[in-house]
Write a protein that binds this ligand. Structure first.
Ligand code: BG6
Ligand code: MG
Length: 213
């Protein structure tokens, strides 16, 4: 194995609370229930697909343009909340693990559905660890489609079978499997049946990446 593709939200840092707060404002405005359990279902899912989940209990009709406005409004709230991120947001174990893997010669990439990926990497000072970024801006199909990971592999000049994908979402593990990558699951994805290597802590990557698979 020569490369490791990292999901961003839920793997390199936790943005759950920020997504939650931003979607909650939209849900409150529409008068639909929204809680942490529903928020968990938004992991790995694109902004537009997330809105459809938020709208499941909404009885009215919304046009395509109105839905677009709601997505933009959510993103404006979310971007304001991203101002709270800085280098201290990142668990030192993440930085230490990325530095270790880079130092061992692995090519590292980000594969995230988020269109805010660059802002987040920049604010947290993580961008220099990565050889390539594939995100919501360079794909037409979101996870569970493998496109974001296939592009990431292409950007680091590797084949899917030469790369691990580290994910916290079932949709992301499905995408990795569909693309022919070796899926490593952290957080909720550690419990998922399609996960090849479940981990509790990101530092466990230091051992897994050297396994012959
Ligand atoms: C994923 C998150 O990384 O990005 C999802 O897990 C989110 O919850 C998706 O909906 C899209 O993010 P953004 O920043 O483009 O709205
Ligand atoms: Mg994620």
């Amino acid at each position: 194995m020569k490369g490791i593709i990292f999901d961003l939200d839920g793997v390199l840092l936790s943005t759950d609370q920020l997504h939650y707060e931003a979607w909650k404002k939209i849900a409150d405005k529409l008068g639909v229930p929204f809680d942490k359990k529903i928020n968990d279902r938004l992991r790995g899912v694109s902004r537009e697909a997330s809105l459809e989940i938020v709208l499941e209990k909404y009885n009215g009709y919304l046009s395509k343009a109105e839905k677009e406005d709601l997505c933009n409004e959510k993103n404006e709230y979310y971007k304001e909340l991203l101002h709270t991120l800085d280098e201290d947001t990142i668990d030192p174990k993440v930085r230490e693990t990325l530095a270790f893997l880079k130092n061992k010669g692995f090519r590292l990439a980000v594969g995230s559905s988020s269109k805010n990926t660059m802002t987040i990497l920049h604010r947290t000072g993580l961008e220099d660890y990565f050889d390539a970024i594939s995100d919501g801006n360079n794909i037409s199909k979101s996870k569970p489609d493998p496109e974001v990971f296939l592009k990431a592999a292409e950007y680091i000049f590797l084949k899917p079978e030469e790369c691990f994908v580290v994910e916290d979402a079932e949709a992301g593990i499905d995408a990795a499997v569909a693309g022919g990558f070796c899926p490593i699951g952290i957080g909720l994805a550690a419990e998922y049946s399609k996960t090849r290597f479940p981990i509790k802590d990101i530092t466990q990557l230091k051992d897994i990446v050297f396994l012959k698979i």
